[in-house]
Design a protein around this ligand. Sequence first.
Ligand SMILES: [Zn+2]
Length: 82
Amino acid sequence: MTPEIIWFVYLLLIIAVIIALIRVGKLTGPGEHPPARTCPVCGSDLAQGETLFADEIRKNEKESELRIKGCPHCYKKGGQKT
Ligand SMILES: [Zn+2]
């Protein structure tokens, strides 16, 4: 093999590695796997759009706390627990 061919093969190899790295980066990039959301009360997995029920307790002008009541799986509006 002439040195030109060796360089050409070497260059192709580098390009292939770069393309592979870009693909891996896209697959594991942010947004592909959103963090799992679980209910802190019962531990159920929450689907997209499912929200927690909570009461806001205002302590003063600046501070307020949230008292989490539960999710659609463990808390029903009206205070009935299942
Ligand atoms: Zn729950």
